[in-house]
Design a protein around this ligand. Sequence first.
Ligand code: G16
Length: 544
Amino acid sequence: MEITNIQTTPFDDQRPGTSGLRKKVKVFQQPHYLENFVQSIFSALEGFQGKTLVVGGDGRYYNREALQVILKMAAANGFGKVLVGCGALLSTPAASCVIRKYHAFGGIILSASHNPGGPNADFGIKYNTGNGGPAPEKITDAIYNLSLEISEYHTLETADINLDLIGEQMIGDMHVEIINPVSDYADLMESIFDFNAMRTLLSSGDFTMRFDAMNAITGPYAYEILVQRLGAAEGTVLRGEPLADFGGAHPDPNLKHAEELVASMNGGNAANFGAASDGDGDRNMILGYDFYVSPSDSLAVLADNATLVPGYAQGLTGVARSMPTSQAVDRVADELGIECYETPTGWKFFGNLLDAGKITLCGEESFGTGSDHVREKDGLWAVLFWLNILAVRKQSVADIVYEHWRKYGRDVYTRHDYEAVSVEGANALMEQLRAHSSELIEQKFDEYEVEHCDDFRYTDPIDHSVSSHQGIRILFTSSARIIYRLSGTGTDGATLRVYIEQPENNSEKLDWDPQDSLAKLIALSSAIADIEKHTGRKKPDVIT
Ligand code: G16
């Protein structure tokens, strides 16, 4: 079959963000837009001729169309084989699992994660390398530079293939194997966790769980694992069918967007354990009866209890958290005598540490937790980890967290998001903070004395690459912190995130609402950055 070379001209907005290229569907639907980016990915890679690529997505609007385009371009560019999740589906952690299991050259994941889907909403595409993890900055920078110079892309003029038929098909000389998107991942989970103990808990009659798949990708995964393999009751998985527009909902597992689940965790019929995952299955939210576990605390609790899980019974080599994630896991690492690494926001920064065996668990405040089992954060994995701990400890979620706080103290934490603000205003706010950071050092604001203030800069301990401008940190002598950064995943204007944290060791105050405990620091964070002046907002849009 003949390769067609199509002439094109560059777009200037294809720089990948925190996690790949995310834009409105309409932007991707412009002639040549998707093709330019895909060609830039392939042109940035070397040595893939005849090798295997994995492709799948979270099922959102435009997923299938984009996948057909990618298959033809992969064939024209010389891949030997592509593994595709049936129905064009693969959750992000499942794609990572499949890349690793079949020793693929890499993978393309179609997702805008927790962003809404539909013809007027968001789409996204990212490249993962052969370790199963998001491409490092070296590669994403090369992709962007190529996208600025592109003049042609390669494709095949051929009919679409059937994405719903498990088995082998051909596109030109390239094999396409449509695989069950769930089974490899479910097998991996079974190899890590104590399915017997979890099955016993779920069938004990006095334990119920609810998992909200938010009309997104994890529905089929959760049904297979929780209901089919672990025997949870039918009805355990809520909103379990992946829909192209997520049913009009926002597939972000937090207290605002998983409202129904949150409401169902109180009162007479409440479940003992509740959880939710996002659009592409890599985020998680954990709830107990009338109790919310912050992602930072969740990471610390998982680290502290890891040896209860067969897959981590040997202990942890080290842990890592993104810089804005609370310091709760640092205290556990201290106690265990293992290293705790602090990385910039973005899962890609954990890849080298995981590959080098420096860390076993890692996590982020943005509802992401994961381990060395794949190279993405993993929503259902985190839920199963909690379920395994609950099955062994036979305590409630709240009791486990309170016990943790009594032992280590609580890192009281909140994140305030100002969404869709003006890009100029947000940049000016960050610039002003940057310019005044050295003056803040040693300043006193009531009981808060600034010990250090900087723009976070990370040197990767393995390849020594340097990532600058990763967020302004104001660190106080009491270990309290205020951090400001601009989101790298939004598609409307800019989103300012302010992360506020303070340690609390007074057992009388452990159950206080973080918004009350942190009230003074919250007010200080607005004043120091002149948030209202720069954004025109008096209050954040989302508080988690
Ligand atoms: C992505 C990355 C995460 C990161 C998050 C931060 O999450 O994969 O590692 O923590 O973005 O987002 P922002 O830059 O908006 O703060 P996801 O779930 O969107 O892929």
